[in-house]
Design a protein around this ligand. Structure first.
Ligand SMILES: [Zn+2]
Length: 67
């Protein structure tokens, strides 16, 4: 089974396979320990996007756990 990709703890973006640094928030820690896969197509109309302050379409994690 494939390992979880990393997600950014700052913007919650799920990163591409093999990427361990968010291009939008390079200083933010990333974690493969996240839950809730969310696809945001239209951030301005998405309740979840508003809650997570997402303004760019993409795949996001609802909750990112960092140690
Ligand atoms: Zn980020």
């Amino acid at each position: 089974m494939a390992k979880n990709p990393f997600a950014c703890s700052e913007c919650h973006l799920i990163l591409a396979d093999g990427i361990d640094q968010c291009s939008r928030c390079p200083s933010a820690p990333v974690s493969s320990d996240w839950t809730g896969y969310v696809v945001v197509m239209n951030p301005s109309r998405s309740e979840i996007a508003r809650r997570l302050t997402i303004d760019v379409p993409g795949n996001y994690a609802l909750k990112v756990n960092t140690r």
